[in-house]
Ligand binder design. Structure first.
Ligand code: SF4
Length: 89
């Protein structure tokens, strides 16, 4: 079974997951919180987040994260990978 078939957002308002405008204030911020609340109850949050990190850039809320949060995660993962390669055994 594809993880998407178990997604909690299948029954939620899709607009919540694609807030328009500045996600740091106003209605967009409220939508972001509401979408993240759905994600927190989702049984496939981990699979969704892994997909979104690999697929970036993708817009919207995926795996309980915003696009900018995933960008930061990808940078952190890249730094950790570089450090692991550069660290002598
Ligand atoms: S984690 Fe969020 S965006 Fe991903 S499938 Fe679940 S509810 Fe949908």
């Amino acid at each position: 079974m594809d993880w998407r078939e178990m997604a909690s957002c299948r029954d939620a308002d899709p607009d919540l997951f694609f807030p328009i405008g500045n996600s740091n204030s106003g209605p967009s911020l409220i939508q972001t919180y509401q979408a993240k609340a759905v994600c927190c109850r989702c049984p496939v949050m981990e699979q969704c987040l892994n997909w979104a990190i690999r697929a970036d850039p993708v817009e919207g809320i995926w795996g309980g994260t915003t696009e900018s949060e995933r960008r930061a995660m990808r940078r952190r993962l890249a730094r950790q990978s570089r450090a692991a390669v550069e660290t002598p055994a």
